[in-house]
Write a protein that binds this ligand. Structure first.
Ligand code: FAD
Ligand code: N01
Length: 535
């Protein structure tokens, strides 16, 4: 199928208008490809369009959680806080779309339900829920790692007579919790943010916790003109230094073992990292995610912080986390533990039966009914594979991606999957993605894909596909590195453990961004090693 046969034909179709899709569209159009985005939401921004819950904000210093592809954009935009709110990040996403005139190429309110590869072209046929069909030679899935909500099947949920929300699908209108009895299920990053905010206005807030999290103080603050000027003057050096760090974050890792210094020095370093705020704690030594003994020191440090804040002894015991720190994603809070000193906040540690039932009046847990006006599910996402699994994706000979990934996702570099030609994933499983600062990582992937498409065009290659051997070797390599870290030691969403029935496979690549970037460069310099290119 060609453009003249179908007005909805493009060289490249991109699914998703978050930061990945927006930048992909920008790059492809700049390089002269016809490209369009198909997006479920009625607006752009992805994560920042959907997660509008009170308290939602990022946990990476704003200047590093922004695009770097155009210096002018950096110079024009003024962030107001160290960790900007969802509203501000969404404004930024909209600004980028307007500034680069991308809006005309974005089909909003369009959910892709299937994607089928047809060898005679070759082309991909994408079916949208409302019946429209789009087609293209290449497809880029920019559907997000954390975009498919994890909605636990609590019996009786449909009978609840109050208001029910999931943090990742928050309504657009402002929801007021003033004077209401609110329940929150989940104490991960979203739960922590929503709990801190809702507690300020609710008549009563009941938190249902399955696993206590490690929450470090964010030390968020408003930025001054001097802060902004400093970044703008030094942005090149700052960004390139961040690029060389393991995860592309601004804080430079200490190259010293926590076990090589005295306990006193160790505590001082932790304290300095704590005061710096954000995720500095985990990079204050080089072995915190590798050595159980080193990790224990960091665990104890945070536990002591919690002990110093929480007044009620029973509540304190429930808030003390017991797993490896950094195994689940570290949460950032602002007076999170102080929130539990409020009279209107009650913490329920769920027993092994979990949430037993939702009733018209509330929730039954630990054999007791808690009456609620509102129930907020901060239960996270079917991460990394969830959004793709919702689409019926068929590659060569009708092979379904769901089947190809039945025992866990298998990709080459997180970019492509064998048997799915011309089908790219941005920050897909097998890439550093969620273990890194996502904006530079997204930029890296998008640049790699667009350079690849330019190369194919110049070489008159029509099909690119990951080789099975290269894919197997990559998956094996990823598993090996992951097994050597402490990330395997808890039930995290990185492992798919939060979704019943999901295979337990460590999904992101844990070798770090600098190493990953080098591997991707080498693949290109060796003529797209591990890929088959066909004219
Ligand atoms: P998303 O922003 O998830 O966009 C994917 C888009 O694809 C969505 O708009 C979705 O509607 C669309 N889509 C999915 N399926 C379909 C379909 N079938 N048809 C059409 N459209 C579809 N990362 C950080 O590095 N730092 C942070 O501080 C940070 N904070 C976060 C806070 C929250 C609350 C959450 C949930 C995530 C956070 N992340 C953070 C991760 C965040 O997801 C990424 O930083 C980034 O925004 C991802 O962009 P994306 O474009 O890849 O995906
Ligand atoms: O999701 P989560 P999230 N019954 O999976 C609990 C990014 N993010 O939305 O730990 C009862 O982390 C679950 O319990 P357990 C960031 O990458 C960033 O909070 O599985 N409870 C857990 O407590 C983050 O990691 C920010 O035992 C159930 C919680 O729900 C990712 O998004 C803000 C349950 C889910 O925590 C996901 O964070 C927000 C059940 N059936 C998100 N199922 C920033 O600050 C799950 N839980 C940047």
């Amino acid at each position: 199928m060609k453009e003249e046969d179908n007005p909805l034909f493009s060289d490249v179709l991109i699914v998703g208008a978050g930061f990945a899709g927006i930048y992909m569209l920008y790059r492809l159009r700049e390089k002269g490809f016809s490209a369009a985005i198909i997006e479920t939401g009625s607006g752009v921004g992805g994560t920042w369009y959907w997660n509008r819950y009170p308290g939602a904000r990022c946990d990476v210093d704003n200047m590093f959680y922004s695009y770097s592809f155009d210096e002018k954009l950096d110079m024009e935009w003024n962030w107001s806080e160290r960790y900007p709110t969802q509203t501000e990040i969404l404004e930024y996403a909209n600004h980028v779309v307007e500034r680069y005139d991308l809006g005309a190429y974005i089909h909003l309110n369009s959910r892709v339900i299937s994607a089928r590869y047809l060898d005679d072209g070759p082309y991909w046929l994408l079916q949208v829920e409302d019946g429209r069909q789009f087609s293209s030679q290449f497809v880029v899935m920019a559907t997000g790692c954390l975009s498919a909500a994890n909605l636990p099947a609590f019996p009786g949920t449909e009978t609840f007579s109050g208001r029910l929300y999931h943090t990742g699908h928050w309504p657009k209108e402002k929801i007021d919790f003033t004077g209401r009895r609110v329940g929150v299920v989940g104490t991960g990053s979203s739960g922590v943010q929503v709990i801190q905010e809702v507690a300020k206005v609710a008549q009563k807030l009941t938190v249902f916790q399955r696993t206590a999290s490690y929450v470090v103080e964010a030390f968020n603050h408003r930025l001054t003109d001097e802060d902004r000027a400093y970044f703008k003057e030094n942005h090149r050096e700052l960004r390139s230094a961040a690029k060389e760090t393991f995860g592309g974050f601004s804080n430079i890792a200490n190259d010293q073992s926590a076990l090589s210094v005295s306990l006193e020095e160790c505590q001082q370093k932790f304290e300095r990292a704590w005061q710096a705020g954000g995720n500095s704690l985990l990079v204050s030594f080089n072995d915190l995610v590798f050595s159980a003994d080193a990790n224990k020191l960091a665990q104890d440090f945070v536990r002591d912080k919690i002990r110093a804040i929480v007044k009620d002894k029973e509540t304190l015991q429930k808030l003390i986390p017991h797993h490896t720190i950094g195994c689940k994603r570290l949460c950032l809070g602002t007076n999170y533990y102080e929130t539990y000193n409020r009279q209107n906040v009650c913490l329920i540690q769920l027993d092994e039966t979990g949430i037993q039932r939702v009733t018209p009046e509330g929730v039954i847990a630990n054999g007791t009914e808690f009456e609620l006006d509102d129930l907020i599910l901060a239960t996270g996402f079917d991460a990394m594979t969830g959004a793709l699994a919702k689409i019926n994706i068929e590659g060569r000979d009708g092979l379904k991606l769901r089947d190809a990934w039945a025992a866990g996702p298998r990709t080459y570099l997180g970019l492509m999957t064998h048997n799915f030609p011309n089908f790219f994933t941005v920050t897909g499983p097998g890439s550093p993605s969620v273990l890194s600062n996502m904006l530079p990582t997204i930029e890296h992937h998008v640049d790699w894909i667009s350079e690849c498409l330019c190369y194919l065009r110049e070489s008159e290659v029509t099909v690119i596909e990951a080789d099975l051997d290269a894919q197997d070797t990559w998956v094996e390599h990823g598993n090996q590195i992951a097994a050597g870290t402490l990330r395997y030691t808890c039930s995290s969403w990185y492992l798919g453990a939060n979704v019943p029935g999901k295979p337990r496979v460590f999904m992101p690549y844990i070798g770090g961004m600098p190493a990953y970037r080098k591997i991707c460069e080498n693949v290109v310099s060796r003529g797209y090693e591990g890929f088959t290119l066909r004219a």
